[in-house]
Design a protein around this ligand. Structure first.
Ligand SMILES: Nc1ncnc2c1ncn2[C@@H]1O[C@H](COP(=O)(O)OP(=O)(O)O)[C@@H](O)[C@H]1O
Ligand SMILES: [Mg+2]
Length: 274
């Protein structure tokens, strides 16, 4: 048996035999009605802004694009009863993580919304770095039953706004196998159930690098495709559409446009159409 298969098998049997609920990532803690205490981290506005995260502060002009995006995305999600929004791009460096963090912050500012941001990019996990969280464990530890879900999640806050985060973790090899694993299926089912009232944002790897996104595709209810001027080509975008056929792309965002007035221009509104 190859090492990845062995690790998957170990995780599966550890979960089946786990007597220690605190180590079992898929214990229905929240649904059991118990108060769950997450590690709390107060975020620094200066750190966020240095990483281009601006949507925590409604006074920052550049954050307004994310507020518009928030409204468009939430309308589509509410219309269709979707809970999960996955953010991806054709290739790396288009601005997925910057978009995911900003969109999550912008939604978190709405008084009646709660947000869970999950870093699912096991090639280049950056959410913790961009938010300024030190994370010992991440999603891979949860999948491998080396850490519990509630002890891995972090409750971040800035001013009065809260954002729940499941940090990422590098997977040196076999990330697609973890994406497609039974452990991931159980994790997503648990999160959907225990965070039913939350908007769940997944920061995914790129579509055209590896097969991580294809592996998780059956779980994706809606997709925001981030493209970048100078990085994304039309053939790449068409290729993404081909791969993502089974999940609705709610919006295609063109990032890194240099004109200030157009610096965050989103186009395309494809959900519900073919
Ligand atoms: N609108 C933008 N304008 C200029 N630089 C940006 C913009 N959005 C993101 N970046 C920068 O591009 C780099 C890649 O962004 P990131 O969100 O990490 O991309 P991805 O997650 O798609 O790999 C980062 O250095 C980020 O600060
Ligand atoms: Mg990223």
């Amino acid at each position: 048996m190859d090492p990845i298969r062995q690790a998957l098998e170990r995780a599966r049997s550890a979960r089946l035999s786990s007597k220690d609920a605190s180590l079992d990532p898929f214990t229905p803690e929240a649904s059991a009605g118990a108060e769950i205490v997450y590690r709390e981290v107060k975020l620094s506005a200066a750190h966020l802004e240095a990483k281009r995260i601006v949507a925590h502060d409604p006074m920052l002009e550049s954050g307004r694009y994310y507020d518009m995006l928030r409204t468009q995305v939430l309308q589509a999600m509410d219309d269709q009863g979707w809970q999960i929004l996955a953010i991806t791009s054709p290739t790396a460096g288009c601005g997925k993580t910057v978009t995911a963090c900003n969109l999550a912050m912008s939604i978190a500012r709405l008084p009646e919304r709660s947000v869970l941001l999950i870093d699912m990019d096991m090639m280049k996990p950056k959410v913790a770095d961009y938010l300024g969280i030190e994370a010992k464990n991440g999603i891979l530890s949860v999948l491998q039953v080396r850490a519990g879900l509630s002890s891995t999640m972090v409750r971040t806050s800035i001013q009065d706004n809260e954002l729940l985060v499941l940090p990422g973790e590098v997977c040196r090899s076999g990330s697609a196998e973890w994406m497609a694993s039974q452990a991931m299926t159980s994790l997503i089912e648990t999160l959907k159930r225990d965070f039913r009232s939350y908007v769940i944002i997944l920061d995914l790897p790129p579509v055209l690098i590896g097969d991580d996104v294809l592996a998780i595709l059956p779980w994706l209810e809606s997709i925001l495709l981030v493209t970048a001027v100078g990085t994304s080509t039309l053939p790449d975008i068409k290729e993404c559409y081909k791969h993502l056929k089974s999940a609705p792309i709610v919006r295609v965002l063109v990032n890194k446009v240099s004109e200030r007035t157009e610096s965050y221009y989103g186009y395309g509104y494809h959900y519900g159409s073919s």
